[in-house]
Ligand binder design. Structure first.
Ligand code: HEC
Length: 233
């Protein structure tokens, strides 16, 4: 029995020593790296540049993700979505907010923000273009326990899509516009104002019921366009 205990102890000590050793190894490597170029900083050291996005929900909620007990909402600006849809680079000053819920409770805000010149202090093979990242708790305080270096490593896989995972969702999102095209149905939105509460009767047969000539013309135009739209769909 004693012999077995001794064996186990030896094993534990041996394992601990190995673990310490490999720790030292990685320390050595990072020391070497930083002594190679002292002007460069660790990705994530600029996290405080990214502030809590107070007005994130004035932007566009362009996609959601449900995975197990996690639910996420992704917000960004209309301008960023338009740029992606036009094949342009995501503009400087863009903020993308990932709002994360766990078991239906708000857990974190993960935020990425892009600005002209950001990221230049990082080694070129580690920076994510001009993006910086930060993480916030449910009440908007910085979640310092989140390792921002990891955001860089993982999002680097999306370099082709400007470091954004949900890039295709930005590209395919149907922005609501006021011209009545694409997304808005003729019933709910029509050349910029709602037609829901309008009732127009027998305009074609009895135009004289409308006194105001200008209004008459306008309504006929609307009806004509409406007619063409219906014919198209
Ligand atoms: C292991 C890989 C991984 C890590 C680490 C990671 N992300 Fe992401 N991130 C993703 C994926 C995948 C998505 C797409 C949403 C999803 O599938 O949950 C995403 C989405 C996002 C989005 C929405 C824009 C987009 O890329 O689609 C933001 C903002 C974001 N992450 C910020 C962060 C921040 C801040 C951190 C670090 C605190 C971080 N991420 C760490 C993989 C990662």
């Amino acid at each position: 029995m004693k012999k077995l205990l001794f064996l186990v102890l030896t094993l534990v000590v041996a394992l601990t020593l190995t673990a310490c050793n490999s720790n030292n190894d990685t320390n050595d490597i990072s020391q070497q790296e930083s002594s190679r170029d002292t002007s460069k900083q660790e990705p994530g050291s600029g996290r405080d540049l990214v502030k809590f996005p107070e007005d994130y929900d004035e932007g566009v909620l362009f996609t959601t993700v449900t995975r197990g007990d996690t639910y996420e909402e992704v917000y960004t600006s209309q301008e960023a979505i338009e740029a992606v849809q036009d094949g342009q680079p995501i503009p400087s000053d863009t903020v993308i907010t990932l709002k994360i819920f766990k078991d239906e409770e708000l857990y974190r805000y993960f935020v990425m923000e892009k600005r002209d010149g950001w990221g230049a202090q990082y080694p070129s093979d580690m920076r994510n273009g001009e993006w910086e990242y930060n993480a916030f708790t449910a009440d908007g305080a910085v979640a310092y326990e989140e390792d921002i270096g990891r955001c860089f490593t993982c999002h680097a896989n999306q370099e082709r899509d400007d470091y954004v995972n949900k890039f295709d969702e930005m590209k395919n999102y149907e922005l609501k516009d006021l011209t009545g095209s694409k997304n808005s149905s003729a019933e709910s939105r029509f050349i910029g104002f709602s037609t829901k509460n309008w009732e127009v009767k027998e305009v074609g047969d009895h135009p004289e019921v409308i006194e105001d000539k200008e209004k008459e013309g306008m309504i006929q135009n609307v009806l004509l366009t409406f007619y063409f739209h219906q014919g198209k769909s």
